[in-house]
Design a protein around this ligand. Structure first.
Ligand SMILES: *Cc1c(COP(=O)(O)O)cnc(C)c1O
Length: 408
């Protein structure tokens, strides 16, 4: 008898974005004349930078001729891309990462999920609350949690992110083995300082723990004092793996390109306490289960590091940050407490005592604006909504005018 992985049965049924979609389409069906502006799901809306489009076309032409055609590439990514990444994303910021420590992939979502394969099933996992649901659900699927009860999975150490701690969690009280951190944060838009991040690196060293650092939103950091990479922190190479993505950086959500950094001296331990090299393990995993990102996509990705590409990517981030500033200022002018929207495309808004889904319904019904209820990201998200800056400036202006009209 073929049997299922019963861990899937533990998954909390209501998937946030399908519930939102259901409510939006019900509203649309009941109100066919009402315009809806979507500031909900974290997908980008603007076209690829011209440098990426040009490189993409050129690479496709290379595929069209026998003499320049490319078959399987290196599983870890082409050297031209890995070298550009190491130079511009790390060395330029004082982070000591070499090209061969970079593993190019087709997404940070799958990388953050797949990396778990390297770790024992019975480790203790610390996950922020609220959180990007992928970290939590993939651990449920892998059997690292107990049942879902009272809004939480048994066996997980939740790192609470609240107004009181500025949405940067405190160190756990009991020892943990694997820690997920994401800054600039999705959903709260909060950022972490070098001193705060150094405390986590210290903790990981003292406890022989590992940090999975998701820096998918680093392109939105404009404050030069904030770390763009965890490897800007002394000693992080031994205790941290970093995930990056071109999805939000360069509008690659539909094109697919990301990368994971596994430093060569980053370690985890066997049951006898012997250290093992995670670089070698991840390399083994990728070469066995992954056959690389397509050549045209890698060429397109490398174009963001060209002179014109760098300017275009900066403009792209600046465009969304202008939207974010408008959302933040408009909501604050209405008396709402906001986090994020500076160095981040997300604005996390406290509903003044209104519940997340009630606030969501209010904005949908009265303003025709779709946001994301904070409760969908975890128990600590209750009472908040997330508004995303990923839309046109014109739509954001219109949405804010409608919200003002509805809430005043
Ligand atoms: C969007 C996002 C990613 C990017 O995922 P891809 O699979 O590369 O598109 C990663 N982490 C977080 C927190 C995100 O919001």
């Amino acid at each position: 008898m073929i049997r299922i992985n019963e861990n899937y049965l533990k998954l909390n049924a209501s998937y946030l974005f399908s519930e939102i979609a259901k409510r939006v389409s019900a509203f649309q069906a009941a109100n066919p004349d009402r315009e809806i502006i979507r500031l909900g799901i974290g997908d980008v809306t603007r076209a690829l930078p011209q440098a990426c489009v040009d490189a993409f076309h050129k690479a496709i032409d290379e595929m069209a001729s026998d003499s320049t055609f490319k078959g399987y590439g290196p599983e870890q990514g082409y050297a031209f891309l890995r070298e550009a990444i190491a130079e511009h994303d790390f060395k330029a910021n004082g982070a000591d990462i070499s090209a061969d420590e970079i593993f190019v992939s087709d997404g940070a979502k799958c990388d953050t999920a797949n990396i778990q394969e390297l770790f024992s099933e019975d480790i203790i996992i610390a996950i922020p609350d609220p959180v990007y649901p992928v970290y939590l659900d993939t651990n449920v699927m892998a059997g690292r949690t107990g049942k879902f009860a009272d809004g939480r999975y048994e066996g997980i150490v939740y790192l609470e992110c609240t107004r009181e701690n500025g949405f940067v969690p405190a160190l756990p009280e009991k020892p943990v083995d694997l820690i997920y951190l994401c800054f600039p944060n999705n959903p709260t838009g909060s950022t972490i300082t070098k001193d705060q991040l150094a405390k986590w690196v210290d903790y990981a060293k003292k406890n022989k723990a590992l940090i999975l650092f998701d820096a998918a939103y680093e392109a939105f950091i404009t404050d030069p004092a904030l770390p763009k990479s965890i490897y800007e922190i002394e000693g992080a190479r031994e205790v941290a793996i970093e995930f990056r993505s071109l999805s939000k950086t360069a509008g690659f959500t539909g094109t697919r390109c990301a990368y994971t950094v596994v430093p060569k001296n980053c370690v985890a331990y066997d049951s006898e306490g012997n250290a093992h090299n995670l670089y070698a393990m991840w390399n083994r995993r990728q070469t066995t289960k992954f056959n690389g990102v397509s050549y045209p996509v890698q060429k397109s990705a490398a174009a963001i590091y060209s002179e014109p590409g760098r300017t275009q990517v900066k403009e792209l981030a600046a465009y969304y940050l202008k939207n974010a500033a408008l959302i933040r200022e408009s909501m604050m002018a209405l008396g709402y407490e906001c986090t994020g929207g500076v160095d981040s495309p997300y604005i996390w808004i406290y509903g003044k005592g209104t519940g997340s889904w009630d606030f969501f319904n209010l904005l949908l019904e009265k303003a025709g604006v779709v946001c994301t209820p904070g409760a969908g990201f975890g128990r600590c998200g209750e009472g908040y909504i997330r508004i995303s800056a990923f839309n046109s400036y014109e739509n954001v202006q219109k949405a804010m005018a409608k919200i003002k009209e509805a809430l005043k």
